[in-house]
Design a protein around this ligand. Sequence first.
Ligand code: ADP
Length: 480
Amino acid sequence: MRDIYRIEKQNGSDPQIKMYLNKITLSFTDLFEKDFRIKYFHDSLFQFRISFLVVTFLYAVFGYLDNRVTIEYTGLFHAIRFFVVIPLFLFVFLLSFCKCFIHIWQELLFICFIVGGTGITLMTVAIPLNYAYYLGLMLVFSAGYFFISLRFLLASIAGLITLILFNTGLIFFSSADSNLIFNNNFFFISANVIGMFAAYNIEYYKRRDFFLNIQLDNRNAEIAHVNRTLESKVDERTNELTISMKKAEESDRLKSAFLANMSHEIRTPLNGIIGFSELLADEAFEPEQKKEFIRHITTNGNNLLNIISDIMDISKIESGEIKIRCKKMNVKSWLENIHAVNQIKAKEKNLELKTFSPELESEKDVFVFADPERLFQVINNLISNALKFTSEGFIEIGYRLADEMVEFHVKDTGAGIPNEFYERIFERFRQVETSNTRSFGGNGLGLAISKNLVELMGGKIWVESEMGKGSTFYFALPKP
Ligand code: ADP
């Protein structure tokens, strides 16, 4: 549809849309023409039917004039009127109720114009001295050009043919003198020129109307589209804002919870350190008891150090300052080391710490590309959690080869994690809020740090769990 008009910038003013049509035939220069003709037909059908009834009626009424003015020709004239012209008009009128009419209606009107005009010509030729009859042609011209909805081009051709036929008849087949012919032509040519001019304008403005309406429809469609897009954008933005707001509220809530939790987490080891230090100074205690106090002070000091390290780590991760130095590591020996380090802690809780790997059977060494310090930190976090949340059973640490990755796991027989928390526990400060967690303590940073570290080393971390049966944390890291 856009081919029909082009958008042109005129002298820096607003772009103007131009209608392109053939100046002589008045046809649009592209596919638009087909649409216009269909619309023109439907818009004109009613007027055409009325006009044809009126024209047929008038053609018949003039039969009365035949009786009064041209008595000796009445038979011939009535034959022309009632056996040729009027039947043709009525036939075309009836045809207008058929579906096929849309394809042939202009051609039929064209023929009717010429036949109507030729009828008058015949009557005028038969009685050249009866001047009044040639006036009938004026009616034919006005009906043909303005009334019956014949398009400009066909109406003009039909008008000219009628004029030629009239002159031919009068010059060659009648005894009319040259003055009469000259005089008649004056009127007819003028009537034709005016008719053509008027028909041109009528059709031009109909086409323009059609064109502007389509443009209007296009604009409306564009506006509707823009409105729809705008509405969906507003909805989108509102949703985004709601989500951001919820996140901000949640983050605020988490931070408050974190601060409350933190003050408890820091206070507990600090109280322990201060309390046992005071007891150390008391001479009433035996050296054996004092040794126990020192052990407590060391444990609490380590706990405090862990908490502070976690806070430092998460802030380093968030500010992008953390440095990862990956290198090729032998997984087997590394795992043995981890097992040795954590076995004592497991024993303290009466838990068995197992290692498992399908690769352990083979003699082949398995290597991973990771930062040893950070890898230790991740597995340590997972083992600490497993120890914390498991009261009986075992903890298993291991690995297996999976495509281009080495997949580690830490499995426990603890309380388990509800699946709606599978993703969320990896967010900072996030804890599964059960009385269990509260009683076990913790700051909700361990898994967030682990996830960030694993991702920084090019891997991923996830959890699978069954409530009441235990959880397995997995993380996969690339092979060198
Ligand atoms: P913290 O353990 O200090 O609370 P983490 O980020 O390490 O913080 O863990 C977040 C939460 O995930 C824990 O509070 C706990 O609710 C849950 N969680 C982590 N590991 C386990 C596990 N092995 N079994 C059950 N719950 C776990």
